[in-house]
Write a protein that binds this ligand. Structure first.
Ligand SMILES: NC(=O)c1ccc[n+]([C@@H]2O[C@H](COP(=O)([O-])OP(=O)(O)OC[C@H]3O[C@@H](n4cnc5c(N)ncnc54)[C@H](O)[C@@H]3O)[C@@H](O)[C@H]2O)c1
Length: 397
């Protein structure tokens, strides 16, 4: 059982509290910090917190609090983490870890030097579909991963601070790309070094300084490619999709829109359909169990189990820092229109990998290119002769 303090009483703080208190969980949010007394009191009443305060440090230092959960705007993550380190409190932080890799690295170093437990709340790497896919990938079901694409697009965030580049640290690349990048990284292999990024971004619709639409490619040292597609200008709800392509198979995940639950209504009932749904009439795409389908339940289970067992969770501050470093390179690339190197002053994975062999051996003399049953019933392979380089066709039946 864990006693948690929630820093922030907004959108994600409430989702987190719903998840932590969900089903028959023994874990409790016992304390809350919010800027205004009204919001702190309301959150405390809604979730049965015994302590509330408008003083962040008072909540972090409170003796009943074992784990501090940071659900504050991006520009306050670092100060909140440092306060947890000062009071030697375990800390779990929402995404993105920092506004940039420099902030993230300072947070990583601070928690590691002080020895406090720290976890990175990357919920989309804990959705049931993602977890199942990752097991299949790790078991080799789709072979060597060549391309891992992840897309998060929606019509734009719900609070003012997201739109202010200084507070948020960026636009949709930082806000949504952090999820996509960590999803691809997991599929490609967290120990495989991301080396370069090419990114296009633009501000196509919103009156903001930051980007509201971006597409990027992340090159990994073993030749695999990650791709992120992010937007704050997409219409029609929240689109969360992943595609993974391997030498032995393919995975497609649709986590939010069009997941097999469709409903028509004239609009007579309740207003809430799903996060960023945009509409409550006509044909709609509700989500069965949003807190679970977005990964929050499995995420907190992993975090609290790791905390109790003195282990690392699946998503750590180190992961958050690597993601921030990739995003920094994406912003540089969007400016220079060149491939930009990922700057990783701390790297703990494999080094100097070569591009893995793309050639599939058929027999001693040939490489295999394709194998197919044709519509006229022939079982055909196309081979490349090793000695001559010629392409030959062979019928097997
Ligand atoms: N899926 C996810 O993991 C996910 C989803 C949404 C948001 N987030 C992250 O959660 C964090 C908070 O986002 P949100 O959507 O809950 O925002 P929000 O605006 O709904 O809530 C933010 C909370 O922080 C408080 N706050 C705002 N400015 C503050 C300040 N200057 N000092 C102290 N407190 C302040 C607000 O009063 C509010 O309680 C962000 O880092 C965001 O990226 C993560």
């Amino acid at each position: 059982m864990a006693n948690i303090a929630m820093l922030g009483s907004g959108f994600i703080g409430r989702f987190y509290a719903e998840s932590i208190h969900g089903q028959r969980s023994r874990d409790r949010v016992v304390a809350v910090y919010a800027r205004s007394e009204k919001n702190a009191k309301k959150f405390a009443a809604d979730y049965g917190c015994s302590v509330w305060s408008t003083d962040m440090e008072e909540i972090i230092a409170h003796p009943d609090v074992q784990i501090v959960c940071i659900a504050l705007p991006n520009n306050i993550h670092e100060a909140a983490v440092m306060a947890c380190v000062k009071h030697k409190k375990a800390v779990i932080t929402t995404k993105p870890l920092g506004r940039n890799a420099a902030e993230a690295l300072r947070m990583l170093r601070a928690v590691e030097e002080s020895g406090v437990f720290a976890g990175y709340l990357e919920d989309l790497c804990y959705t049931p579909k993602f977890l199942k896919s990752l097991i299949s990938v790790k078991e080799g079901a789709i072979g060597r991963i060549l391309w891992a694409k992840s897309r998060e697009t929606h019509p734009g965030p719900h609070s003012n601070w997201f739109w202010d580049k200084e507070q948020a640290g960026g636009g949709c690349i930082l806000d949504l790309g952090c999820h996509c990048i960590e999803i691809s990284r997991n599929f490609i292999g967290k120990d495989i070094k991301p080396i370069e990024v090419m990114c296009w971004d633009d501000t196509q619709v919103k009156h903001i300084e930051a980007e509201d639409h971006a597409i990027g490619l992340v090159k990994y040292e073993n030749g695999a490619i990650g791709q992120f597609e992010t937007s704050w200008t997409f219409r029609g709800g929240m689109d969360l999709r992943d595609e993974v392509m391997g030498t032995e198979g393919t995975i497609w995940i649709n986590s939010f829109l069009r997941t097999g639950f469709e409903m028509f209504t004239t609009g007579k009932g309740g207003d809430y359909i799903a996060e960023k749904a945009e509409s409550n009439t006509g044909w709609l795409f509700p989500v069965g169990d949003e807190v679970n389908d977005l990964g929050y339940n499995h995420m907190f289970t992993d975090m609290f189990n790791a905390f109790e067992q003195g282990k690392q969770p699946a998503e750590t501050f180190y992961d958050g820092y690597v993601v921030n470093a990739i995003i920094d390179a994406a912003y540089r690339s969007a400016e220079t229109k060149q491939w930009e190197k990922v700057d990783l002053p701390v790297w703990r994975g494999q080094e100097n990998l070569s591009k893995e062999s793309h050639l599939r051996e058929y027999d001693a003399d040939h490489y295999l290119l394709t194998e197919e049953m044709t519509h006229d019933g022939r079982h055909v392979v196309v081979l490349k002769e090793k000695a001559t380089g010629k392409f030959v066709e062979k019928q097997l039946n």
